[in-house]
Design a protein around this ligand. Sequence first.
Ligand SMILES: Nc1ncnc2c1ncn2[C@@H]1O[C@H](COP(=O)(O)OP(=O)(O)OP(=O)(O)O)[C@@H](O)[C@H]1O
Ligand SMILES: [Mg+2]
Length: 320
Amino acid sequence: MKTRIFRSAEDQTGAGTADPTHAVRMGGQVLPAAVSEASETAGDADRIEAAAESSRQADQTVVATPPTGPIKIAARDVSVFYEGKQALFEVSLDIPDKTVTALIGPSGCGKSTFLRTMNRMNDTISGAKVTGRIAMDGEDINDRSIDPVLLRARVGMVFQRPNPFPKSIYENVAYGPKIHGLVSAKSEMDGVVESALKRAGLWDEVADRLQSSAMGLSGGQQQRLVIARAIAVNPEVILMDEPCSALDPIATARIEELIDELRERFCIVIVTHSMAQAARVSQRTAFFHMGRLVETGDTEDIFQNPRERRTLDYITGRFG
Ligand SMILES: Nc1ncnc2c1ncn2[C@@H]1O[C@H](COP(=O)(O)OP(=O)(O)OP(=O)(O)O)[C@@H](O)[C@H]1O
Ligand SMILES: [Mg+2]
């Protein structure tokens, strides 16, 4: 898949308006030269349509703003097939470190599928096949030398519904460090558990009941416990698939705050159906539609000045 990049602020005439419906006209002014020239006499709306059409035809991903800072995960031409049926089409995306990247798009567009390619969870689905290359710190994660179990400790995952083990709060967090042999002494494990629970913002609520069952926690607490469990093995990346969709607004706000704190140390990728959440928690956004990555860039840019008609229609609620 070819990628169109709008390189600099100078390219982006009129970038940055708060009104997304206005932004489409702004988007019309940042067309690549070939498209702009071809439709020089047409009005803004026609030019936008021409740009959208040309991009559709070429299946290009529009990179509104390229990421700055070190890239943690680089996906190149990643396709996924389920029983031979293609669900993801040649997705190329750079995911920067110490940043929250939001994956957005309508149901069935391939967000979870793409998320799972980053810790090889698709390997566990029979009939699923992944092609293309995904590199983490430059290393191909699908290389035969990579142990997927160890990879999943480096690239942790948090799901839609909190899924604590039916064990004590302490054991939930200690489980990963124990099976990966990271800690042997009990006192050391106590420290690891405490530190993970603190970083997940749960310590104060559970310090006096570490031996109680995790199943007795509220949904929001369970989700923070699952995040503590992921953190306890010192991951580098945390993948979150709609982590707040089963939570109430207060628990959601708590998780969003936590995500913002965690990005200081981790590379975070979050799938969300909430445009407001994507705008609040992420610095980068990638918009998927029908198995393709349509547009990616700085979150502010994607929401305020989308270049693609489909992006605008989705973020303004016209479909999805
Ligand atoms: N295990 C599977 N077996 C077969 N097809 C699958 C499987 N998982 C996903 N698909 C198909 O792949 C496509 C992308 O699905 P995916 O779950 O990645 O979408 P999504 O964007 O996460 O959707 P949602 O927002 O509803 O979670 C869909 O057509 C879906 O039916
Ligand atoms: Mg999904």
